[in-house]
Design a protein around this ligand. Sequence first.
Ligand code: SAH
Ligand code: CA
Length: 215
Amino acid sequence: MELIDKALQDYVEKHSQEAPELLQELERETCAKILMPRMISGHLQGRVLSMLSWMLRPRRILEIGTYTGYSALCLAEGLAQDGQLTTIDINKELEDMVRRYFKKAGMENQIDYLLGNALDIIPALDMTFDLVFIDADKINYTKYFDLVIDKVRQGGFIIADNVLWSGKVLEKNRKKKIDKDTQAILDFNRKVQENSKVENVLFPVRDGLMVMRKT
Ligand code: SAH
Ligand code: CA
């Protein structure tokens, strides 16, 4: 489901900075070779993540769900000079491609790419983050929130992707029997809205970005 009119979406993209050439190449390769290329952040969301990161100049970023590395490279653009981004993915098949692009971008030293289940890896991270991007399996969004909230510094940010779930957060856009992923997104959104540890705004960008500030 498109959230805004197609022509308006084109206009928005035409009036947003183009993605760097390397990211365009990464997107093309993802679409040509990798399963489920819809999952890539892509041009507009990528530029939004880059811009937010530039606004924050974070020193420590955590990303949950690397996929082919597109959003990691966008977020890494705004890192402070001595900044580090940690990104986690369970899919080892993408490792070679991801490392190749991190290297091509000259970011291999700034990005710590961890392979494994984020549910196991996050508790072992002994760091405080300025920014966390949650974008892995939707079923675990609430768990990821609980695992990271105490690792985000006060005044730090958490961004969660796909919180509109192609519009299926609304009853009229889904089948009678609600599926597990949709229920997980609904539970996550309600938890965030009711949680007094964060202030939140749901940005209707692409598939919905929940932006939270830890108070
Ligand atoms: N952030 C990427 C897209 C991520 S797609 C972008 O915007 O371009 C979601 C990713 O989450 C997939 O690559 C999948 O392998 C990963 N994933 C799913 N479950 C996971 C888990 N339990 N731990 C770590 N990664 C997981
Ligand atoms: Ca996503």
